[in-house]
Design a protein around this ligand. Structure first.
Ligand code: GDP
Length: 442
């Protein structure tokens, strides 16, 4: 029989769920001393599904002082021995940092997960159940273990999980472990000055000077430390161009950028400030946004620009108008040749990275949503009333939101844009692509 481990922080109702699943059959309590004492096992059924349920809830009576460590050890070992994980959260409380901690353990296991939003009797926990989306463990099943509600949905979810692929692991997800280098790509049209900037950052010409410099076409990366921060300059056209046939460059610039963009967290789109915002520049920037990367625009060759204040104002306006999908993006004038502005560019890169990683608490998002609905509700479309109910951020890198409501498919594009721009302003997310998707609640 498949082994299903019931995991979650204390008091979410794991024992109640366990008892419900195992029913009258006597749970086998392992009496050996040590960790195993904390766990109960029993043969469980939901509909015609049979499995071994493991409950880690015995821990809830443990002494405070030792609880955290034992809970962790117990959860780890239960997860390890399980085929499927039943992750329980409390729909009346919503997601707590402790839930996130346990969810982190579960995500790393890469096993199929059924997420249960417990205590959701009588729709009482609707908001909390939606909140559970942001654990990144899939769609929550609202349930009341105590009132015996929602078990048909649980049956379906378990059925799907048995013999199901493990959930996609979100490798981008941050954890508390050591962080790798921040990866940056520098892209842009030929002659924008990419190589010059990279040389300046790397501090020597060794990699880029000659056609025989040993640059291979695959996976070029240069590591450097900038103000104590580990930076990896990933495969960029500027690093490869010297090894390439020059006359193909113009055509290749956009498609070539894609590869670099996909390797990077933050992408610096380099423009030649004397001829900025050409079609190809915009295409490249749009690609960065569509790939969901953090974007910073460098206006290079600033040393050649006269009347800088006026130029900056014009460029700012042009950028926000022509690249409205990433409005407010950092726009940094630099001279790669003289080094002027390069420090500020790197500051902007770090900051863009931070924005791209930002997580907005669900409560704040919904306070904001309430205001939106009051002052600028969605229009009725052909008599259909769209109802927007609840919003949560499901992911960072880039910030990704889910909005629950009914008939959201008829929302006009302009209203969706309004929402995205509103999120951008309310939660200070300039320049980063923002993903917004809609869901109909069950
Ligand atoms: P890439 O094709 O984007 O890698 O561009 P390069 O780095 O090879 O630079 C193209 C040309 O622009 C070279 O002649 C550089 O010397 C020049 N250049 C690069 N940065 C600057 C700058 O900040 N100011 C000026 N005036 N020229 C620059």
């Amino acid at each position: 029989l498949p082994v299903v481990a019931i995991i979650g922080r204390p008091n979410v109702g794991k024992s109640t769920l366990f008892n419900r699943l195992v029913g009258r059959r006597i749970a086998l309590v392992d009496d050996r001393p040590g960790v195993t004492r904390d766990r109960r096992e029993g043969e469980a059924t939901v509909g015609d599904l049979e499995f071994i349920a493991i409950d880690t809830a015995g821990l809830e009576d443990a002494e405070e002082a030792t609880l955290a460590g034992r809970m962790r050890a117990q959860t780890m070992s239960a997860v390890e021995g399980a085929d499927i994980i039943l992750f329980v959260m409390d729909a009346r409380v919503g997601i707590t940092p402790e839930d996130e901690y346990f969810a982190g353990i579960v995500r790393k296991a890469g096993k199929p997960v059924v997420l249960v939003a417990n205590k959701a009797e009588g729709h009482g926990g609707t908001a909390g159940a939606y909140d559970a989306f942001r654990l990144g463990l899939g769609d929550p099943v609202p349930l009341s273990a105590e009132h015996n509600e929602g078990f048909v949905d649980l049956y379906q979810a378990l059925n799907a999980a048995i013999g199901h692929e493990p959930p996609e692991e979100d490798e981008d997800e941050e954890d508390d472990g050591p962080r790798g280098p921040l990866s940056i790509a520098v892209v842009g049209r030929p002659n924008a000055g990419k190589s010059t900037l990279i040389n300046r950052l790397v501090g020597e010409d060794r990699l880029l000077t000659g056609p025989e410099a040993g640059i291979t076409r695959d996976s070029i990366a240069v590591d450097l430390v900038w103000r104590g921060r580990d930076i990896r300059l990933v495969d960029t056209a500027g690093m490869r161009r010297k090894a390439r046939i020059q006359d193909k460059l113009e055509k290749l610039a956009v498609s070539d950028s894609l590869r670099s963009i996909q390797f990077a967290e933050v992408v610096v789109v380099m423009l030649d400030a004397t001829i900025p915002f050409e079609k190809q520049d915009l295409q490249i920037a749009d690609l960065v946004s569509r790939e969901g990367r953090a974007l910073v625009i460098a206006l290079n060759k600033w040393d050649l620009v006269e009347e800088r204040a006026g130029a900056m104002k014009r460029h700012r306006e042009a950028a926000d108008r022509l690249l409205a999908q990433v409005r407010g993006m950092p726009l940094v004038p630099i001279s790669a040749a003289t080094g002027e502005g390069v420090d500020r560019l790197m500051e902007a890169v770090l900051q863009a990275h931070e924005v791209w990683n930002r997580r907005v608490p669900t409560a704040r998002i919904n306070r904001w949503l309430e205001g939106v609905l009051e002052h600028h509700p969605p229009p009725a479309v052909r008599g259909a009333r769209v109802k927007l109910r609840y919003m949560t951020q499901t992911k960072a890198r880039p910030p990704t939101f889910v909005l629950f409501g009914t008939r959201t498919s008829v929302l006009p594009e302009s209203y969706v844009r309004y929402l995205v721009n509103g999120l951008r302003e309310a939660f200070e997310l300039p320049g980063t692509p923002i993903r917004l998707t809609f869901r109909e609640p069950k």
